[in-house]
Design a protein around this ligand. Structure first.
Ligand SMILES: Cc1cc2nc3c(=O)[nH]c(=O)nc-3n(C[C@H](O)[C@H](O)[C@H](O)COP(=O)(O)OP(=O)(O)OC[C@H]3O[C@@H](n4cnc5c(N)ncnc54)[C@H](O)[C@@H]3O)c2cc1C
Length: 434
């Protein structure tokens, strides 16, 4: 049985490789060079569209740990990154052309893979993996809309930062839901006095920003403005908008603060908190500097930075099972950034899982992903756990089950040992050749 993969990016290439390692066959469709995306430059597979860094190599960093898990699982992408690495300090930085060339050669020379340079405009028959990425072509996006339901396919991110709940100063914050006098309150409110608000506002409007690319300057942008752009519209715009204090009383003095930042749980355990309404295009270090001016966030650890960019992704908690299959049409799998993960390595991880999962489904074998104390498994769990405010997510320790900063080394050891066990159980005992 041949599995069809749509998109020869990081996820599609990884999925194709995993399928053939298991003994299967794949046909990989890539529309470039006939049709391109607004960000890709050439015709090589697995092109890195922006930075040439795959982030930290340090195992005590979630990005480093995710890469090590993938390395142990035989990821083609991470293998090519290691082989084409250039000096980058503690980060895995690659020669982007050699990296993409090496991966293109691997696919072209793989007898189990047929590469077709063609735009896919409808979902093909049989087992299919959709790995068409954040810049999925319009024709295909139209078909995906009918498959998932228009309300479950998004075309851009407007992401607010997420902070580690353990890094908040709780003496400078209070739980309350707007207008609800009694009860615990779903929001953690971080109050500011007028003087603190004025200083924060000044810093916000003068902070350095990331420029929007030409193709990102579309009308959606007006619909979901970055907090710094809102702040530019007037000194009080935020205090009457996302930072409005109405219906909130600080229980410590019974008074309404001048302004508040509201934090909302990002995961079920509450270890990660989202800065509500604070989508931003500020540069990452600037986000940390400016948002730490809010007293309760003085020592905040940022697990995810805010961003706004074009991104096609599905509402995975509604649409996908933990095997990355569409609930309504199980022959269709999703891989890469379109599942709702964010980043090169996260997309690769969801390519690896979708490839193995699709192969096993085609072979009639049961599949389950690694557990949530691994980075790979934590990403799958994030994608498939009910979440009314689902937004794309990069890997971070806040997602990992049982993680505590105090026992970081133990968490890393557990993740790697679970990955080894999963590999033995799921892969080595099957048809894999390595
Ligand atoms: C502008 C931009 C900048 C980014 N910068 C970074 C960054 O610096 N660091 C980072 O970690 N992440 C970054 N990302 C996120 C990054 O795109 C993803 O992390 C990663 O490339 C996604 O991998 P993927 O395989 O899911 O998609 P892609 O790598 O985009 O691959 C999808 C492939 O599918 C092809 N395709 C699309 N539609 C069709 C179709 N209908 N038929 C056939 N082929 C099709 C495309 O040509 C493409 O080759 C950026 C994203 C964008 C949009």
């Amino acid at each position: 049985m041949e599995i069809t993969i749509i998109g020869g990016g990081l996820a599609g290439v990884e999925a194709a490789h995993q399928i053939t390692r298991m003994g299967g066959r794949a046909v990989l469709y890539e529309m470039r060079p006939h049709v391109s995306t607004p960000a890709h430059q050439g015709d090589l597979l697995a092109e890195l569209v922006c930075s040439n860094s795959l982030k930290s190599l340090d195992l005590q960093n979630a990005h480093g740990l995710l890469k090590e898990e993938l390395r142990r699982l035989g990821s083609l992408i991470i293998g090519a990154a290691d082989e084409t690495a250039i000096p980058g300090g503690k980060a895995l930085v690659v020669d982007r052309v050699r990296f993409a060339q090496r991966l293109t050669e691997s696919i072209v020379s793989n007898p189990g893979i047929r590469l077709k340079r063609e735009e896919v405009r409808r979902i093909p028959e049989g087992f299919v993996i959709v790995a068409s990425g954040p810049l999925t072509s319009e024709h295909l996006a139209g078909k995906l809309t009918s498959l998932t339901g228009a309300e479950n396919l998004s075309f851009f991110d407007a992401i607010s930062p997420v902070v580690d709940a353990a890094s908040i100063d709780y003496d400078k914050a209070f739980y309350a839901s707007r207008y609800i006098k009694d009860g615990a309150g779903d929001y953690l409110n971080c109050p500011l006095t007028k003087e603190e608000y004025d200083r924060f506002h000044e810093a916000l409007i003068s902070a350095e920003r990331v420029d929007l690319r030409e193709f990102e300057k579309t009308s959606y942008f007006e619909g979901c403005l970055p907090v710094e752009v809102l702040a530019e519209r007037g000194k009080k715009t935020l205090a009457f908008g996302p930072m409005k204090p109405v219906g909130l009383e600080d229980p410590r003095d019974g008074r309404r603060p001048y302004a508040v930042l509201q934090l909302r749980k990002e995961n079920a355990s509450g270890s990660m908190l989202n800065l509500v309404g604070f989508q931003t295009k500020m540069k990452y270090p600037e986000q940390e500097r400016v948002f730490r001016m809010i007293p309760a966030l003085k020592n905040a650890v940022f697990l995810r930075h805010g961003s706004i960019h074009r991104n096609t992704y599905i509402n995975a908690p509604v649409c996908l099972t933990e095997t990355l299959q569409l609930k309504t049409e199980p022959r269709v799998f999703f891989a890469g950034q379109i599942t709702g993960v964010e980043g090169y390595v996260e997309s690769t991880a969801m390519g690896l899982i979708a490839g193995i999962s699709a192969f096993m489904a085609a072979a009639g074998t049961n599949f389950h992903p690694p557990g949530p104390s691994t980075c790979v498994g934590a990403l799958v769990r994030y994608l498939t756990t009910e979440n009314k405010n689902f937004q794309p997510m990069n890997i971070n320790f806040g997602l990992i089950e049982g993680y505590s900063k105090k026992y970081k080394e133990a968490a890393v050891a557990t993740a790697l040992s679970e990955i080894e066990n999963w590999k033995k159980e799921m892969l080595d005992s099957g048809k894999r050749d390595s």
